[in-house]
Design a protein around this ligand. Structure first.
Ligand code: NAD
Length: 503
């Protein structure tokens, strides 16, 4: 019997009243492994009502009690890493070690949120005027929502809800309908940790549930992560309905390789960052900018490493790279191979011909397979160069100088991540200053910030003002208030119509 993934509302699994459902697949075999409920607007309303009802008591729970729940949740998560990773691999396709890595990065945000008593400390100024004190406090917003993509079904939601809940909000998560199971495992762990029912809810669904969350009057803020067109839509719609919105979008991340770099280390990094998780990472490197004259030597080293990669099912310990998430996505990614050649690139490694651990050729096997692909001499401004492919396709663009490479990066629509590889500290420092991208790696190919910094890109990679987690996350999920106080005594008597000053 195949599974049916339901909603989690007010501390219990819920069928919802919608008859709609979507198929879930095992990407390694292409077989249907189950179904996920697709919420109606009424199902969303039920989740928001549960979160609204839970808010007053959770907001009034002392910060140290809230932190205690987070500490217990952290311990439970750490004890269930394998189970959550296995659920992710089964629906997403990524290899088990990679799935474990994403849960571990999410866990770090929980650990950050355990410090909420410190993070919510305000300022206090004694005697701002005669016998008048002033202090600032930050208060939760109420019901907040998270809408998340398929590629990190545990980590991306955990960029959001640990901080939101620690701040005293209640949360409604709308995970990707492609890999929804991890969200329910996490919901159960929250309950075991002692989180009151209704503080964390999950609605499974598609555009119907997203739209209802965006217009629901009781939802105060929405965090979104996904593709740029949907991020732009979510930002416009949510803000038009008076909500605070942070919407993180797509990416096209370039790695600039200067001639003085160690090309073996560069090739290791380019292959790891280009093909990890089959390139389905918003921080994946998709374009290597090789500064003359190193192009040929670097491509040879990359090809040598790609030839050794093992591609197979996520639950096979030999696999380093798994399948893509759906057949439609695999076909879309694969379409860029012929397009690249039409646009003038050279197909140096063709992932359709990759041999899987089963011995089958990628394009002959059942399942959503495409092996690692390398396109060299990709023309600047071509579709392969500019569009987000979100798969195991690494493009090499040849540039003549640092300046030309920087111009290519800054000329792009996206500004999520980037990296420079060099042994020249001055060049690296110049790059960090001049590049128009939110997250920069210096000899680090995937510079995902730690939980106590904030994650987010520039330009079409982020709509809104605040990045996720870290102190910007705390600010996003709280409102500031400044109190000016005076304890009256007879010396304060007398009417004065002047504007208050610091007398
Ligand atoms: P997606 O935009 O298709 O879906 C994201 C979420 O939006 C899902 O929950 C989905 O159900 C919902 N959605 C889809 N279509 C919608 C519509 N028409 N109206 C309203 N809601 C809709 O993204 P995806 O394919 O799940 O994820 C991959 C994308 O996410 C890539 O573009 C990747 O770069 C991006 N991403 C960005 C970051 C980041 O931090 N910037 C992180 C991870 C992924």
């Amino acid at each position: 019997m195949t599974k049916t993934v339901k909603h989690w509302i007010n501390g219990a699994l819920a069928d919802g009243d919608s008859a709609r459902a979507a198929e879930l697949f095992d990407p390694a075999t292409g077989e249907v492994s189950g179904h996920v409920a697709l919420a109606s607007a009424a199902d969303v309303d039920a989740a928001v009502a549960a979160a609204s009802a839970a808010f007053p008591a959770w907001r009034d729970t002392s910060i140290s009690r809230r932190a205690q729940v987070l500490f217990r949740f952290r311990e439970l998560l750490a004890g269930h890493l394998d189970e959550i990773a296995a659920a992710i691999s089964a629906e997403h396709g990524k290899v088990h070690s990679d799935a474990l890595g994403e849960v571990a990065r999410g866990l770090e945000v929980v650990e950050f949120a355990c410090g909420i008593p410190h993070l919510l400390k305000g300022g206090f100024s004694e005697g701002v005027s005669t016998r008048v004190d002033s202090y600032s406090i930050r208060q939760p917003l109420g019901v907040v929502a998270g809408i998340t993509p398929f590629n990190f079904p545990a980590m991306v939601p955990m960029w959001m809800f640990p901080v939101a809940i620690a701040c005293g909000n209640t949360f409604v998560l709308k995970p990707s309908e492609r890999d929804p199971s991890a969200s329910l495992l996490i919901a159960r762990l929250w309950q075991q940790a002692g989180l009151p029912d209704g503080v964390f809810n999950v609605v499974q669904g598609d555009k119907v549930s997203v739209d209802r969350l965006l217009e629901h009057p009781d939802v105060r803020a929405v965090s979104f992560v996904g593709s740029t067109p949907i991020a732009s839509y979510v930002y416009a719609t949510g803000t038009a309905h008076g909500k605070r919105v942070q919407a993180l979008g797509g990416a096209k991340n370039h790695m600039l390789v200067l001639p003085d770099a160690d090309l073996d280390l560069v090739a290791d990094s380019a292959v790891s960052a280009g093909f990890g998780s089959a390139g389905e990472r918003c921080m994946a490197i998709s374009v290597v900018l090789a500064v003359d004259p190193i192009g040929d030597e670097l491509v040879a080293k990359i090809v040598e490493r790609v030839a050794k990669l093992t591609v197979g099912p996520g639950d096979d310990p030999r696999s380093e790279m798994g399948p893509l998430v759906t057949a439609a996505h695999r076909d879309k990614v694969a379409s860029y191979l012929d397009l690249g050649v039409e646009e003038g690139a050279k197909l140096v490694v063709d992932g359709r011909r990759s041999t899987l651990v089963s011995g089958e050729q990628a394009d002959q096997a059942a399942g959503f397979w495409l092996g690692p692909t390398v396109l060299d001499h990709v023309p600047v401004g071509s579709r392969v160069h500019t569009e987000e492919i979100f798969g195991p396709v690494l493009s090499i663009v040849r540039v003549r100088s640092y300046e030309e490479g920087l111009e290519v990066i800054n000329g792009g629509a996206y500004g999520n991540g980037t990296a420079v590889f060099t042994n020249d500290g001055g060049a690296a420092r110049r790059f960090q200053n001049e590049v128009e991208v939110g997250m920069v790696g210096i000899n680090v190919p995937i510079p995902v910030p730690m939980a106590f910094y904030s994650f987010g890109g520039w330009k079409s990679s982020l709509f809104g003002d605040t990045h996720v987690h870290g102190t910007e996350g705390v600010h996003f999920y709280t409102r500031g208030k400044v109190v000016t106080s005076r304890w009256l005594d007879p010396s304060h008597g007398g009417v004065n119509l002047g504007f208050p000053t610091n007398g």
